[in-house]
Design a binder for this molecule. Sequence first.
Ligand code: ASP
Length: 343
Amino acid sequence: METQTDILVIYTGGTIGMIRDPESGALTPFNFEGIYEQIPVLKNFPYHLDFHCFDPLIDSSNITPGHWVELAEVIRTNYENYDGFVVLHGSDTMSYTASALSFMLENLNKPVIFTGSQLPLGVLRTDGRENFIAAIEMAAAKEDDTPVVPEVAIYFENKLMRANRAMKYNAENFNAFVSPNYPNLAEAGVYIKYNRSSILKPNFKKLKVHKNLDTNVVVLKLFPGISETVVSSVLHTPGIRAVVLETFGAGNALTDNWFVDLLRDAIERGIIIVNVTQCAAGRVEQGKYETSVRLKNIGIISGYDSTTEAMITKLMFLLGRYGRREEIIAYLNTSLRGEISLK
Ligand code: ASP
């Protein structure tokens, strides 16, 4: 006997769930109870869909780690009852939320597929309809009774990407996300083609949800002309525990003594500094150029080929979970959920 595939759709907010109010003409949040009238083809799906809506709905620019905890909690409470999860989320900060969830959900053995759209579902030319339908299909896909994508991923405009490898790079194209340093997990054309060798394998262990996130993290983006006052004030932010240093090219930075001294002093005060490149693609190689040798020598940690989004959320997760600096550094040098390639 065929068993039913159950998918929980979690709507957090964002453009995808908007329709135009016929009277006022304004975009208003859509009631998912009416989804079958909006997308009649869903009735032909061999899957059972349930909906959970955040209240209030959130434009993703207002998302906070508190919402990530709420989302993780919804997944935890429903984990045993569903085969997969589709999270509808505004695209603006989707890669932050999806990266955070990838760290918070340890031993995830079911798909958690994020999607959204650039045009609301209720607009004729919407990209939301295709994104939504394909995301459901990917969340439901199984082979030998095992989910094909047992990880947190983002689906947008034909591409399924690992969540902690993806970034929003286009504010208006339907093709809004890229995964510059890791192959796409699937591509949807006439068929959905899964790139199986790049998808994480299930470990069949019990899901563990980590809800303690420490937000004492800051991003310091370098630019030519950055002043000592700015660098000093960032590194003296009260309570700060970790800095994502966004450097040039393959992890390079200015070699001025004042700059290196400020960084060294911060490290001596116990602050963890991770070097991530400002380039969308490629990796940090500390020591390749003279302009990164000093960073390496004072104890700055390489962020490898991490996105800034993945590094910020990984640090929030690690700082919330571990107290010892050596332990945090060891995990920064480890790929926990496929977020970095060590070589
Ligand atoms: N501002 C919206 C949001 O991120 C845009 C979108 O939904 O894509 O919530």
